[in-house]
Design a protein around this ligand. Structure first.
Ligand SMILES: NC(=O)c1ccc[n+]([C@@H]2O[C@H](COP(=O)([O-])OP(=O)(O)OC[C@H]3O[C@@H](n4cnc5c(N)ncnc54)[C@H](O)[C@@H]3O)[C@@H](O)[C@H]2O)c1
Length: 256
């Protein structure tokens, strides 16, 4: 990442913050975008030379201003990590339309607007890499969120495939990561300590995914080691997607 410029959205917390730290450690100049000004100031303050930009990814003007400010400060953009996201716990039966719209606006429209805004600056540098933080919810259903969240993440995976094709001609690679249960403030807001403890039993590799595990995959997908990867997704889920949901005790009790 030496000499590269990376924009990370949702960089004030959790997976986005871990990605910003990892890209900075790998030598990139990092622009941290988030709508939470106070949390953003704290997270950016811990990273040498990071640019903190208060941006709402669901708002086109705000996104364009953020990308413009990054180009003015750092001279261009090579990498975009779309991590900003929100969860919603409504069942379909009780879902207010505004709640559905808000989740889709942030999680899906936000990914589109940010990708759209970096096409020109990345093309000017001969290409780039977009890494979308989707979710295993996009491939099955969410642990804690409702249908709006699941639908938004399935949408991110569809967008990733289509953008990968459309932007291939510009040498912009577009890939996704599907995190499994990852211990971040988003989870701590929605789950009790007991639920957090219980969830470990459903993860074959025996622990929660950490934000730094996702950052490792993001660094891979954004870097030259993934030069011929586009339109793909990496599941960083401790084996959740290959599991049939039974505990190892039950599994081995029923097998010879
Ligand atoms: N934690 C998990 O288990 C998990 C699993 C799968 C996918 N994800 C995805 O990973 C991404 C990061 O989640 P996290 O767990 O780190 O959550 P988090 O709540 O810790 O961080 C999300 C960040 O996004 C920011 N944000 C929200 N809406 C925004 C907007 N409109 N504009 C700009 N910033 C905005 C928040 O202020 C926050 O700083 C999300 O897209 C989430 O859906 C998380």
């Amino acid at each position: 990442m030496q000499g590269k410029v990376a924009i990370v959205t949702g960089a004030a917390s959790g997976i986005g913050e871990a990605c910003a730290q990892a890209f900075a450690r790998a030598g990139a100049r990092v622009a941290m975008l988030d709508r939470d000004a106070a949390a953003l100031a704290a997270a950016a303050g811990a990273i040498d030379g990071a640019l903190a930009l208060v941006v709402d990814v669901a708002d086109r003007q705000s996104v364009e201003a953020g990308v413009r400010a990054t180009c003015e400060a750092f001279g261009g953009v090579d990498v975009l990590v779309n991590s900003a996201g929100i969860e919603s716990t409504y069942t379909i039966e009780r879902m207010p339309q505004q709640e559905w719209d808000r989740v889709i606006e942030v999680n899906l429209r936000g990914v589109m607007l940010c990708t759209q805004a970096v096409i020109e600056p990345m093309s000017a540098r001969g290409g780039g890499a977009v890494v979308n933080i989707a979710s295993i919810a996009g491939k099955r259903i969410s642990y804690h969120g409702g249908a709006a969240y699941t639908a938004s993440k399935a949408g991110v995976l569809g967008f990733t495939r289509h953008a990968a094709f459309e932007l291939g001609i510009r040498r912009i690679r577009v890939n996704a990561i599907c995190p499994g249960p990852t211990l971040t403030p988003m989870i701590r807001r929605n789950a009790t300590e007991a639920e957090i403890e219980r969830t470990v039993k459903t993860i074959p590799l025996g622990r929660w995914v950490q934000p730094s595990d996702i950052a490792c995959a993001a660094l891979f997908l954004a870097g030259d080691a993934a030069a011929m990867c586009t339109g793909t997704s990496i599941d960083v889920d401790g084996g959740v997607l290959v599991s049939n949901g039974s505990s190892y005790e039950d599994y081995f009790a029923r097998r010879r």
